[in-house]
Write a new protein. Structure first.
Length: 85
């Protein structure tokens, strides 16, 4: 996820879903609100669904199973790396 400033975010997860809430964020380009279907690729991520909500944006990441992940942020770019094992 990319921003013109550092992102204020919170992460929650339950089962095979991780939700990243981006506080005060928006999705200015309508096509960026479309879900990303990745189930046909050999990755832990099945689908990514961005959704404008009160106070910001929720990005729901649906996984094949429970996997470890790491978040990092530098220069307005928030990266989420999921473990492939």
């Amino acid at each position: 996820m990319r921003s013109d400033r550092p992102l204020d975010y919170a992460v929650t997860g339950e089962g095979r879903t991780v939700v990243v809430h981006l506080k005060g964020a928006g999705i200015p380009i309508a096509t960026n609100r479309l879900p990303l279907d990745t189930r046909f690729f050999d990755t832990p991520v099945v689908r990514v669904v961005p959704e404008p909500v009160a106070g910001g944006v929720d990005v729901r990441i649906e996984l094949r199973g429970q996997v470890r992940y790491e978040l990092s942020q530098a220069s307005g770019v928030l990266t989420i790396a999921f473990d492939r094992s």
